[in-house]
Design a protein around this ligand. Structure first.
Ligand SMILES: Cc1ncc(COP(=O)(O)O)c(C=O)c1O
Length: 371
């Protein structure tokens, strides 16, 4: 697929997110020119064509991070939207919660503020809602004024600020497969349904079979049961407490769907070029059958044209928890295996990549252990 070649500006201070976005563009063969700025002031200077950016083309799309140095994404958005030259911004999407950065939630205050800026300027505002229930329960636990509200009420408030959402139902839909687009605007929803019938099939027998839709409907209701949510977030925090007591380094606070081990801190003798997080993931599987995923230089390392590699900023191993599968004994077992592997750490060696595909290598690369 080749898309229309408008220019794109990425305003983002996280190198890993920049690489992820670039990789995604490469994967779908987007021929668009992409420029990157790393803080809010640079983003505005770029858009206004000031200083070093005087010759840069005006972008057709801006991907704006919320938490940036100097000026936040929100401040940049307010300035963009109050300048008539920059009005035609197509849509804003906010992901609740963050997957590659530790499963951290977005506060209601933040969702409300983004929504207000968007709506003040007629910009549609969408949520990537695949972990909405975990996000809602974190708001209940952490944000003043929400302790007495139910997870359902909090989720309803979150969605009330958005024009719609996309949802991968494999996450907080509790389903084996599927997802959906939801919209507040009934006319727009009807138009989307018509397009769906043209491209995929009728909503109840097209991309998803009836029983998958039924599973999602039940999952969306059950995922907001607070005993389930409390158990889920508590299980991950409990693993964190056990690993803390054993001196195993990990990202804190623990997230809504996973705990992220810090392989760089655990294995300082393995350089990033030998993929310490991959070495840790392999050891966890070999020693205890624990399946995890590397979120480090295999996933986010940058390969230059001369074959040299720029490492990722972090070397993490994600221990994601399937929903409604683990008991406390399973979590105890995971803690025992991680602690055991941490004790063996001086014996662990790095890996080299023996084969890799041109894109998204972390899905299918092959490795050889270094001796
Ligand atoms: C935040 C977020 N959005 C969307 C997706 C995509 O889900 P799917 O693979 O079901 O399309 C994922 C997958 O992990 C995700 O973490």
């Amino acid at each position: 697929m080749t898309m229309r070649p408008f220019d794109i500006l990425i305003a983002e201070d996280n190198e890993d997110d920049i690489l992820l976005i670039r990789e995604a563009f490469e994967t779908v063969n987007m021929a668009n020119r992409v420029a990157v700025v790393r803080d809010g002031e640079e983003a505005l200077a770029y858009l206004r064509g000031e200083g070093p950016f005087s010759q840069c083309p005006f972008p057709g799309l801006v991907l704006l991070d919320i938490n940036m140095p100097k000026k936040t994404g929100l401040e940049v958005l307010i300035e963009i939207k109050s300048d008539p030259r920059f009005r035609p911004l197509p849509v804003v999407m906010l992901t609740v919660t963050n997957n590659s950065g530790g499963g951290q939630p977005v506060s209601m205050a933040n969702i409300r503020a983004v929504s207000q800026v968007c709506h003040a300027h007629g910009v549609p505002f969408f949520l990537d809602a695949c972990r909405f229930a975990e996000n809602a329960f974190f708001i209940k636990q952490r944000e003043p004024g929400y302790a007495d509200k139910t997870a359902l009420e909090i989720a309803q408030e979150m969605f009330s600020y958005a024009d719609g959402c996309t949802m991968s139902a494999k996450k907080d839909g509790m389903a084996n497969i599927g997802g959906f687009l939801a919209l507040h605007d009934d006319d727009l929803a009807q138009r989307c349904k018509n397009t769906l019938i043209l491209t995929e099939g009728f909503p109840t027998y097209g991309g998803l079979a009836g029983y998958d839709l039924e599973a999602i409907a039940v999952g969306l209701e059950e995922v907001l049961h607070e005993d389930y949510l409390r158990y889920r977030l508590r299980s991950i925090a409990y693993l964190g407490e056990k690993l803390d007591a054993a001196g195993v380094p990990f990202m804190k606070p623990t997230g809504g769907h996973a705990l992220y081990l810090d392989a760089a801190a655990m294995l300082p003798h393995i350089p990033a070029s030998h993929y310490p997080a991959q070495a840790l993931a392999v050891a966890l599987y070999q020693e205890g059958g624990i399946r995890s995923v590397e979120i480090g230089s295999v996933m986010f390392g940058r390969v230059h044209a001369d074959g040299s590699e720029e490492p990722a900023a972090l070397e993490l191993v994600r221990l994601a928890f399937p929903r409604r599968v683990y008991t406390q004994s399973h979590v105890d077992y995971v803690a025992e295996v991680v602690t055991y592997v941490a004790r063996l750490k001086d014996n662990l060696r790095g890996y080299r990549i023996s084969w890799q595909p041109p894109q998204l290598r972390h899905f299918s690369a092959q490795f050889e252990p270094l001796r």
